[in-house]
Design a binder for this molecule. Structure first.
Ligand code: NDP
Length: 306
């Protein structure tokens, strides 16, 4: 069975930063990319708030750069999904793609978080046929068409603004009478003439036919219903942490995020460290994820030295 000192799970800014630090410390880390190589930033367009890029940087480009930087110091970056872990004793036992087994002295979990859906059967039916949780990935297909975005947070506002630059009209479906997004993001939405905000509306059904989404049935908080004609239906209602693999083995908070000792990456199991969105329901930024990847690598290095 293959043995490693450091196994990193996840390939967003947290995972790659942990790989850069642990490889420079000569710990020969092995990193498994997971289901979404490069993580959530590969589904975004321009990142304007990562320090060091005064002109902004494309999400895919940044992840490719982080990967090259980790490889330059010898990190072993592999395609594969961790399907099972046993953290009951050290070395930890990890299974990749249901077949390959690895024993590792330490584990850095950077599996991120995934988009939430409303849970409507019609939404599932039309997923990939007009229903999407990533405007920047799929917006292109709806050029000059009418679309809707669900949510009132920063993601929803960002996606609505992005879609407004491609589409004829964007409905922003918000269940509360106000937006939760930051002031700057709200102002951007209010200043975009082809975004119509539908406050106090919920989606009752996504409507469609063999060609895909054709509309949505909306229900106001007072019970009245209305239909909008749209070709694209975009979810932007938050994320859930990818921690199913660790349930029952690591302490999780009420929302399923990995609990760590405050100010560190230390989880409830000695030798297992968490970094990035998988432990961060609050900030969820590329820069905070990268910073926490660095913290996890340093904590891991100190643990292995003991
Ligand atoms: P948030 O949790 O902030 O917002 C989710 C939104 O979806 C809320 O408006 C919420 O409504 C709504 N919602 C949740 N569930 C449902 C549902 N079932 N039906 C209808 N609406 C629903 O998530 P975001 O992804 O927007 O943001 C996450 C974090 O990332 C935040 O901290 C945000 O600031 C940050 N972020 C920062 C960006 C930047 O700085 N450039 C860009 C994007 C995100 P309600 O308000 O009623 O709960």
């Amino acid at each position: 069975m293959e043995k490693t000192k450091v196994l990193i799970v996840g390939s967003g800014p947290a995972g790659f930063t942990a790989a850069i630090y642990t490889s420079r410390a000569n710990l020969q880390p092995v990193l498994y990319e997971g289901i979404e190589p490069g993580g959530q930033l590969t589904t975004t367009t321009e990142i304007e708030n990562f320090p060091g890029y005064p002109e902004g940087v494309d999400g895919n480009r940044m992840m490719a750069d982080l990967r090259r930087q980790a490889e330059r110091f010898g990190a072993d970056i592999r395609t594969g999904v961790v399907t099972k872990v046993d953290l009951s004793s050290r070395p930890f036992h990890v299974v990749i793609d249901g077949t390959k087994e690895i024993e590792t002295e330490s584990l850095i979990v950077a599996t991120g978080a995934s988009a939430k859906y409303l849970g409507l059967p019609s939404e599932t039916k039309f997923r990939g046929m007009g229903v999407s949780a990533c405007a920047t990935c799929d917006g292109f297909f709806y050029r000059k068409k009418d679309v809707a975005v669900v949510g009132g947070g920063d993601t929803a506002c960002e996606e609505a603004t992005y879609l407004a630059s491609l589409c004829r009209k964007v409905y922003l479906i918000v269940r509360k009478p106000f937006l939760r997004a930051s002031k700057a993001m709200q102002e951007r939405v209010f200043a975009t003439p082809n975004i119509e905000i539908l406050f106090e509306h919920n989606t009752a059904e996504v409507l469609g036919d063999d060609s895909g989404v054709t509309g949505a049935l909306l229900r106001r908080n007072d019970g009245s219903e209305t239909t909008i004609d749209i070709s694209g239906f975009f979810l932007a209602i938050g994320h859930h942490p990818n921690t199913e693999l660790f349930a029952g083995q690591l302490d999780l908070d009420a929302e399923g995020y990995i609990a760590v000792v405050p100010g560190t990456s230390q989880t409830s199991v000695e030798g297992v460290f968490a970094a990035g969105d998988v432990k961060d329901p609050r900030y969820r930024q590329a820069i905070t994820a990268a910073g926490s990847g660095c913290i996890a690598a340093l904590d891991c290095e100190r643990f292995l030295l003991k």
